[in-house]
Design a protein around this ligand. Structure first.
Ligand code: 5GP
Ligand code: MG
Length: 172
């Protein structure tokens, strides 16, 4: 296991993102919309770093296809609890990879009369993007590596690691 970004580096970047986002959302009671499960730690840190009144909800999406890649067919496993009408929505993602998941979510949100929708993703892998969809705010841009930790998993393992790590051949 190799550390790509340490917990301290992540915290510094989360503070920077929060400083950028705070003026846009102060006094707007934004809805932080986390995409389960991988974003749960990022969302928790970002919500505290923002330090403004906000609400939190989650969606869970599933893609048909093999385990590590979204195949382009995405559906809701869990939708939001409350209507999004009139809300300033900040989608919080862990990784934008091919873009299939984000495109599906954004096209769904487009029909819900939100006041605004922006996307913040902890990571993006632009080399693999096959759709013209981009997060508005990105923590770190990474090469085509499979990462775990800081909420992100391999077969539900490794989510608890404080750092963002790259798995190596002999890791279990
Ligand atoms: P996309 O639909 O953009 O191809 O896939 C996005 C989702 O696939 C991410 O939100 C994440 O849940 C998962 N994913 C993509 N790359 C990685 C990775 O390197 N590590 C982990 N743990 N999940 C990933
Ligand atoms: Mg995700």
């Amino acid at each position: 296991m190799r550390v790509l970004y340490s917990g301290e580096e992540i915290q510094r970047r989360v503070e920077e993102l929060a400083a950028e986002l705070r003026p846009l959302y102060a006094d707007r009671n934004p809805l932080l919309l986390g995409v389960l499960k991988g974003s749960f730690i990022f969302l928790a840190d970002l919500a505290r770093a923002l330090a403004i009144p906000l609400e939190v909800d989650f969606v869970q999406l599933a893609s048909y296809g093999d385990g590590t890649e979204s195949a382009g067919f995405v559906r809701f496993e869990r939708d939001v609890e409350r209507p999004l009408q009139g809300r300033h929505v900040l989608v919080v993602e862990d990784i934008v990879d091919t873009g299939h998941t984000l495109r599906f979510l954004l096209s769904t949100l487009a029909s819900r009369q939100t006041a605004s929708v922006r996307v913040v993703s902890l990571l993006e892998k632009p080399s693999r993007r096959c759709l013209a969809v981009r997060p508005d705010y990105v923590g770190f841009t990474i090469p085509d590596l499979f990462v775990v930790g800081y909420g992100m998993d391999l077969a539900e393992g490794f989510r608890h690691l404080p750092d963002i790590c790259v798995l190596e051949a002999d890791d279990k």
